[in-house]
Design a protein around this ligand. Structure first.
Ligand SMILES: *Cc1c(COP(=O)(O)O)cnc(C)c1O
Length: 354
């Protein structure tokens, strides 16, 4: 497949105040699109001006959510543009595609096309501390058809957004609400896949937690509502008496690339034992009350590492690390962002430099 490049005739002004970027509000001048049609396959790859799509109101994704997405970032560094483990995002995109009956894409071609797009938009990558260019690859079913079946036409597209720090409050520890009524995912469902419906289904619980004064929901397993799985749309880690614990990839947990990176850094670089084990919320609260629970943090591309300062479950409250950022949380954050921004040595071969 060839990649055609159509440049915009009217470039937008780039944001001048990088402290006002926020997250996912501003988009660059160009996007990548590759349509698919049964019988033809993925074809007609284009980098072209960012603009609204024209889609039939009957288009399948609008009704039945046959859609998947990814999220990764490009970082401005002194030695070029860094992408963090982009191969893994395209691998996971294809794993999501398989689960959602979307045809897989040539991951190498898609990544190369993305790199072309980023090179074209390089002046959109913000430069101040904590900022980056967020990359959103997406696939949607576009057939105008109201029957429930897998689509025969799809669109793969990638849009780019210069972003500041994910949380408006910066790296301040968040207060989380342990959700004991709604569930995010069940084994056999789509919890391990980045598909739109998962996020629509999570909104009611998020709103409820928000009205109670919490910024994120801690999700328990969908069957027994006993074991911790994720926090908001991040994976979650607990440091208990010097060792790290996180949910295993049970099928209802999203296999986060940040999660995997934190496991490797903690184990290989910092020599901390990491257990991928089911951990009950009752045990965590017991450790919290007896002083064994030392640190809690979420991991994900958008926020990287998000410290948790307090948790509430069934009316009980525990505070974590006195509401501060834990020592290991801080070291992991510094190391991981250090690698991403090219300040630290890339011992694991995670960086692709453009
Ligand atoms: C994307 C996502 C994560 C984090 O994955 P990363 O690859 O680390 O960004 C965790 N949980 C959910 C539900 C997600 O959608």
């Amino acid at each position: 497949m060839k990649l055609e490049v159509i440049r915009t005739q009217n470039e937008q002004a780039k944001p001048t105040d990088e402290s006002m970027l926020g997250f996912g509000k501003i988009f660059t001048d160009h996007m990548l699109t590759i349509p698919y049609k049964t019988g033809i396959g993925w074809h007609n790859a284009q980098i072209r001006p960012f603009e609204n799509f024209s889609l039939s109101p009957a288009c399948m994704v609008l009704h039945y959510s046959q859609t998947i997405f990814e999220g990764l970032k490009a970082y401005h560094t002194d030695n070029g543009i860094n992408l963090f483990r982009p191969w893994d995002n395209f691998k996971r995109l294809n794993a999501s595609a398989a689960r959602m009956c979307i045809p897989e894409i040539d991951a190498d071609f898609a990544l190369e096309a993305l790199c072309e797009l980023i090179r074209l938009e390089k002046d959109w990558i913000p430069r101040s501390e904590g900022t980056s260019l967020y990359i959103r690859p997406t696939m949607i079913a576009t057939d105008p058809f109201l029957g429930v079946r897998a689509g025969e036409e799809y669109l793969f597209f990638v849009i780019l957004s210069p972003v500041g720090a994910y949380y408006a409050t910066g790296l301040k520890p968040i207060d989380i609400y342990v959700e004991d009524e709604y569930v995010r995912a069940v084994v056999g469902g789509t919890g391990a896949v980045k598909t739109g419906g998962n996020y629509a289904a999570s909104l009611a619980a998020a709103n409820l937690a928000y009205t109670k004064g919490f910024s994120q929901v801690l999700w328990l397993d969908g069957l027994e509502k006993k074991y911790v799985e994720e926090v908001g749309s991040m994976n979650i880690f607990f440091k208990i008496r010097g060792e790290l614990y996180t949910s295993p990839l049970t099928g209802s947990v999203l296999p986060g690339i940040t999660r995997d990176s934190v496991i490797k850094l903690a184990q290989d670089t910092f020599g901390v034992n990491v257990h991928e084990e089911r951990l009950s919320i009752a045990d965590i609260f017991a450790e919290g009350e007896s002083g064994g629970l030392e640190e809690v943090f979420g991991t994900g591309t958008a926020a990287v590492i998000s410290p948790v300062g307090g948790m509430q479950w069934e009316g009980k409250r525990i505070s974590v690390a006195n509401g501060d950022m834990g020592e290991l949380t801080m070291r992991l954050y510094d190391k991981l962002t250090g690698i991403q921004y090219g300040r630290e040595k890339d011992d694991f071969g995670w960086i692709k430099t453009l």
